[in-house]
Design a protein around this ligand. Sequence first.
Ligand SMILES: [Zn+2]
Length: 360
Amino acid sequence: MIFELHSSLVGFANASIKNRNDVIEKLELLWTAHREGNHIIFSEIDISEELIGIVGDESRSAKALLIRIINQYPKIAALAYHVERKVLVGDYNPLSMTMKSKVIEYPVGEINSGLLQKSLVLVENLTDADFYHWVATNIYNQTPFESVNLSFEGYPGGGNTTAEAYENLKFKTSRLCLCIVDSDIRAPKLQYGETAAKVEKSDRLRPRAQADFHVIGACSIENLIPFNAFEMAWGDDPNYKQKLIDYKEHHRESHWRYLQLKKNISCFELHGPGAFAVYWRSALANTPSGCADKICSKKAECKHNMLVQLSGSPLGATFSLVKDKFVNLDELVPDIRQAWEKIASELLSWCCAPNMSAAA
Ligand SMILES: [Zn+2]
């Protein structure tokens, strides 16, 4: 995350000796956060210059931070203006700590070492965080932001307990937290699944400035896997030959994102007026049905799969094959590519960090 020193810090620090000492102490904490590679500290040049005048030689590390901000300005400014979210550190009222236009106005007095730890990325399973990191790396490859380091700590929410983990992190810690969940939307016109709905409700009822969530633009994380990764994993496996052909039929814009790759679609699910049944009845109209003309009356009785699951663990089977490679983004269907871009943009905002391989 970018922590930007706001101009109100200057007036605040000048108001009393106590304030000045507070500002120095917080600048020292920010310097540590920088040195640990957790967050990027930024300000307009004139603000750092004025703060150097105030800090004087009182604190070596506070001064080192301010000098570094000035020296790094040309490298950091474009990123600071690009990101959708940042923390503004200034003379703010704690009660007004809100998410105005996604900028978190943080009172300087409230800055603490918990807040300055690496951002948490709360996901359903830990591998998801690595996958999203890889997505962001692909999106920013060959862009002005390709050398920006993304630093975060993945936090496993455990699938359907993710919303509880989110509440816990929001209220029991002061960590910055981005929660990323599946939409579980398996057909147009359907609402979020239970996990996304609970996370959304948590923020609607009890928002916190330093936490937010993103619902991916697909039913499930597996829908974001490039199709050729499936071909790499199973192209030579005769058991998958027909499945890959069947699934390729569905690999198109505004459709692929609804397909839950880990679940069968049974004939029973296609009966009736529900949104899922109506949509998939039509989408699978040309698929030979396991049940021919029979209509099962109960889900438990229906063993007739219209579409058999692709795999019980598509991410586990494919991610290791692609994680060291770059993807041709043009091979993603357009709305999946858009979902990638949104995830990348969130990660860049929440997790951008100093590039520690460059001279510190
Ligand atoms: Zn059936």
